[in-house]
Design a protein around this ligand. Structure first.
Ligand code: NAP
Length: 84
C-alpha cells in the first residue's frame, strides 16, 4: 500500500518529458490528482488533450527553469556524477 493514497495530489516536474508522461498517466489511472510543471505554456497543449478526460484532476503550472525556482535542486545535483 502506498504511503500516500489516492486521491492525494502528486507533483510531477517536467511533465511533458518522456518518462514523466507515463508517470502522470499511471498516477491518474490509480486515482491520484496530478499537478505537472512545464517550461512554457505551449508544452502543455498536447498534455491537456491527452489527459482531458481526467478534468480538474490534472493541472499544469509553468516553471521556466526549476533550478532557478528551486535552487536547492542545483545543490543536490552537484554531488552526483550522472544527472540531467
Ligand atoms: N521516443 C522515444 O523513444 C524517446 C522520446 C523522448 C526521450 N527518450 C529518451 O528517454 C529517456 C528519458 O527521458 P526523460 O523523460 O528523462 O527526459 P525528457 O523527455 O528530456 O524530459 C525531461 C523533462 O525535464 C524538463 N526539464 C529539463 N531541464 C529542466 C529545467 N532546468 N527546469 C525545468 N524543467 C526541465 C524538460 O522540459 P523541456 O521539454 O521543456 O525541455 C522535460 O519536461 C532519455 O534517454 C531520452 O533520450 C526517448
Amino acid at each position: 500500500m502506498p504511503a500516500v493514497a489516492p486521491p492525494a495530489k502528486a507533483l510531477v516536474t517536467g511533465a511533458n518529458g518522456f518518462i514523466a508522461v507515463w508517470v502522470v498517466r499511471r498516477l491518474l489511472e490509480e486515482g491520484y490528482s496530478v499537478r505537472g510543471t512545464i517550461r512554457s505554456e505551449d508544452k502543455g497543449t498536447h498534455l491537456r488533450q491527452l489527459f482531458n478526460s481526467y478534468g480538474d484532476k490534472f493541472e499544469l503550472a509553468v516553471v521556466p527553469d526549476i533550478t532557478v525556482a528551486c535552487p536547492i535542486i542545483t545543490d543536490v545535483l552537484a554531488s552526483c556524477s550522472i544527472s540531467r
